[in-house]
Design a protein around this ligand. Structure first.
Ligand code: FES
Length: 162
């Protein structure tokens, strides 16, 4: 598994603490604080979950439970280029699992991870409503349809330069 070290800045910590202080006395403080933490860091690192748990006086398991339950929260960093492979039924029967394998192989990370240079991250998704183009891969919102494993390197090369 590719290890990404957490690197928070003082300014980010300042913003997080401002948000915690703003919501500290509220009953449902956890959700708004997690939302803001995700905005600040782009994901919810374990270190940040620990700070939130300590500051709000909640068990870490509760913070982790909420962070993993809601799909809008991510526990892993996202890359500059976000690759999403549709594993919905239509795409899957057309071999999107092979596309995913090819992307993982090319970037040397697995689904859910980010490359150490933070350039790419891979995730899977459910049907995006483009079944006629199956199998579908999406990079930064751009949809690639009828992709084959052999196409993957050429598509990724376009994003390698920037
Ligand atoms: S199943 Fe992939 S777009 Fe519908």
């Amino acid at each position: 598994m590719a290890q990404i070290l957490f690197e928070g800045t003082k300014e980010q910590m300042h913003r997080l603490m401002d948000c915690i202080n703003e919501h500290r006395s509220e009953k449902g403080a956890l959700m708004p604080v997690l939302h803001e933490a995700q905005n600040i860091y782009g994901y919810l690192p374990a270190e940040v979950q620990t700070i939130i748990a300590d500051e709000l006086g909640l068990p870490l398991a509760e913070v982790y439970g909420v962070a993993t339950f809601y799909s809008q929260f991510s526990l892993t960093p996202k890359g500059k280029h976000r690759i999403s492979i549709c594993l919905g039924t239509a795409c899957y029967v057309k071999g999107s699992d092979k596309i995913l394998e090819a992307v993982e192989h090319e970037l040397r990370i697995t689904c859910g991870e980010c490359t150490p240079d933070k350039k790419f991250s891979i995730e899977s998704c459910r049907c995006v409503g483009a079944c006629g183009l199956a199998p579908v891969m999406i990079i930064d919102g751009e949809v690639y349809g009828k992709v084959t494993a052999a196409d993957v390197k050429g598509i990724l090369d376009k994003y390698m330069q920037d």
